[in-house]
Design a protein around this ligand. Structure first.
Ligand SMILES: [Fe+2]
Ligand SMILES: [Fe+2]
Length: 267
């Protein structure tokens, strides 16, 4: 088995969505099998690209240039599925990137277990969304997508705690806030496979946020820092704009993010 950091790099350097997720799932299964057999595989070091390889399509546009479509229409639902597919593909890269990028910091094996599992789930999520798009007569790449998605990774490329604060604890936590309404919308449209796919995503995302909170608190403890203060400082440094209520307080609590972490960042 190659060192984990190199596995991560190979996923980051794979451009096609379906190929990237297939590779990601295969490597995650290898890791999982080794860990289940009681091994402590080598983490190693790698040279992750600043921008992961991506397919030629979708065309990436600045958020203000991405046309908005009415969510109540079939076209609007396809646009929504397409946007989620794009988020999931980014998430695959984000999880492998946190594995590959910060190997100079020694972390417990459980850190790697958590992010390999998350990357595997994001790969499944991308495939679920791509399947739903195809079922609806479209495909991932058919529409333009947001260009800004990787900005958080770039901004925090040299700040491990900043990465944990902004990616799982802000961006993925935001997913917990907005997914229930999305599920409602597809239920109203009686789009059963999209409802089931989004329910899987919603259920599994809680753990990704929880892993973020767990390892953020771990590092704060290692450096004897106050987690809430540090979180606020990092989000104000690296996240552009304020956090937007309403928050899914129940799921955020389940994921280990208390209200005093996010409410002060709404203004
Ligand atoms: Fe996901
Ligand atoms: Fe996630």
């Amino acid at each position: 088995m190659m060192p984990l950091a190199q596995m991560a790099e190979s996923v980051l350097r794979c451009a096609d969505g379906r190929e990237k997720t297939a590779l990601s799932r295969r490597l995650a299964a290898e890791w999982k099998a080794a860990r289940a057999a009681g091994e402590r595989p080598e983490i190693g070091h790698a040279d992750p690209p600043m921008h992961p390889a991506r397919p030629a399509k979708p065309e990436l546009l600045e958020p203000r240039d991405v046309p908005s479509r009415k969510p109540g229409t079939p076209e609007g639902r396809i646009a929504l599925l397409h946007a989620v597919a794009h988020i999931e593909l980014n998430a695959v890269d984000l999880h492998w990137d946190i594995i590959a990028r910060f190997t100079d910091v020694e972390m417990p094996m459980g850190f790697y277990d958590d992010w390999v599992k998350s990357a595997d789930e994001e790969s499944k999520h991308f495939n679920l969304m791509a399947d739903c798009l195809e079922e609806a007569g479209s495909y991932y790449g058919a529409l333009p997508a947001h260009a800004g998605m990787w900005r958080a990774a770039e901004d925090t490329a040299t700040d491990f705690m900043g990465r944990l604060a902004v990616v799982p604890m802000v961006l993925e936590a935001r997913g917990l806030d907005v997914t229930p309404n999305m599920i409602k919308l597809f239920k109203q449209a009686k789009a059963q496979s999209a409802v089931e796919a989004l329910e899987t995503i919603y259920a599994e995302e809680v753990a990704h946020v929880a892993y973020g909170s767990k390892w953020f608190h771990f590092l704060c403890g290692r450096h004897n820092e106050d987690p809430k203060e540090r979180f606020h400082a990092l989000v104000r440094t690296y996240f552009h704009g304020h956090l937007k209520p309403p928050f899914n307080e129940e799921k955020r609590a389940e994921a280990g993010i208390p209200p005093d972490f996010y409410w002060p960042l709404t203004a």
